[in-house]
Unconditional design. Structure first.
Lengths: 114, 110
């Protein structure tokens, strides 16, 4: 079973502040993803990465940056947090090789921007 | 949500009964994943499917790529099956992005 951890699990931030959400995976997966989950929208892809040093825009990247400093770590950065970014954020990893692209999700981070 | 449509949006079952959830795709899809989000919010992997059928205990899932749909059958529903079931399409191509449906919320009643 893949292991993906996220920190913090809960975060309260102020409007205009900087927020960094961290994700770590111990399965040596090449691909990592950040999604947000909102009622009525399901899960939507924000940024993803193919490996250390790479970041790609997903479907809703505005207001977010990402950083992949190593194979294991992938961060989501909100430089100027806004209340519309209040959501639950999920990190995932995938690409187990041999054509198996199953994604495994972390436990989520609940972010509230006041 | 428009590219991956799940039905029904909500469902209530008596313990011990059977049901089927459906996912229709309007995009070319290579593989499908099914997840259960439990009441604590964690996403549990249920199935990863190429075209075909997989079974795991009381759960069985089929992905028909030609007709662009997937189904999840629950047999002998138990209280612990309650939660929200999501299907997600893995798009044709190299990005390996998942497009999620809006989910089916299942409540199993004693």
């Amino acid at each position: 079973e893949a292991a993906v951890t996220q920190s913090p699990r809960n975060k309260v931030a102020v409007t205009g502040g900087k927020v960094t959400l961290s994700c770590n995976q111990t399965n040596n997966h090449n691909n990592m993803y950040w999604y947000r989950q909102d009622t009525g929208h399901g899960l939507r892809l924000i940024h993803y990465s193919y490996g250390a040093g790479s970041t790609e825009k997903g479907d809703i990247p505005d207001g977010y940056k990402a950083s992949r400093p190593s194979q294991e770590n992938f961060s989501l950065i909100l430089e100027l947090a806004t209340p519309s970014q209040t959501s639950v954020y999920f990190c995932a990893s995938g690409d187990g090789g041999l054509g198996d692209y199953e994604q495994y999700f972390g436990p989520g981070t609940r972010l509230t921007v006041l | 949500g428009d590219q991956v449509k799940q039905s029904p949006s909500a469902l209530s079952l008596q313990e011990g009964t059977n049901s089927a959830l459906r996912c229709n795709f309007s995009i070319a899809t290579t593989t499908v994943q099914w997840f259960l989000q439990n009441p604590r919010g964690s996403l549990m992997n249920l199935f990863y499917l190429v075209p075909g059928t997989k079974e795991n205990g009381r759960l069985k899932s089929t992905f028909n790529s030609k007709e662009s749909y997937s189904t999840l059958h629950i047999r002998d529903a138990q209280l612990e099956d309650s939660g929200t079931y999501f299907c997600a399409a893995d798009l044709t191509g190299n990005t390996r992005k998942l497009i999620f449906g809006l989910g089916t919320t299942l409540q199993v009643q004693p």
